[in-house]
Design a protein. Structure first.
Length: 163
């Protein structure tokens, strides 16, 4: 099944690595085999202010069933990544993390691993705080063969979320 996916990531630092993941379906025989359709776009809306960013995020999340957090060295410190995760959790999207530090950048270098602590992302049915790293799976794109497996990871996250 093809899933519409929202990718959350630190744009400035990780775009080269992120592009490798986001565009991996291009080398598959067809989009069905890739397992997802990327619902995000590359628009630069920061200049329009916080309300415009929030509207853009809401529009990008619309129609998605899974959010993939692409985790680089500094991703967990990014305000808008945290916001995207919270909104994805509220929307009841399937969620998963993928470490991208082992992918090479445009200079052929890998990076230090980031962490999957994004603070409290919401509350469970009993009002207890929910933390991303405690309940959502996280994979390493290189070590866990993400090129071959990301479609399965996405499908598992969607099923876990009941989508």
């Amino acid at each position: 099944m093809v899933r519409r996916v929202f990718f959350s990531f630190h744009y400035e630092r990780d775009i080269w690595r992120v592009s490798q993941v986001r565009n991996s379906w291009v080398t598959k025989p067809d989009i069905e085999e890739a397992g997802y359709i990327d619902a995000a776009s590359w628009e630069n809306i920061r200049k329009q202010g916080d309300d415009a960013i929030k509207r853009w995020i809401a529009n990008q999340l619309d129609g998605t069933s899974v959010t993939v957090v692409l985790i680089g060295k500094e991703t967990s410190t990014r305000e808008w990544v945290r916001y995207e995760i919270r909104k994805s959790y509220e929307k009841k999207n399937g969620l998963l993390g993928v470490y991208i530090h082992n992918l090479k950048d445009n200079e052929g270098k890998t990076d230090e691993q980031g962490n999957n602590y994004f603070g409290e992302i919401g509350k469970d049915d009993k009002g207890n705080p929910v933390y991303f790293g405690q309940i959502f799976p996280t994979y390493d794109y290189v070590n866990n063969k993400g090129y071959d497996n990301i479609g399965d990871w996405i499908e598992q996250a969607a099923k876990k979320a009941g989508k």
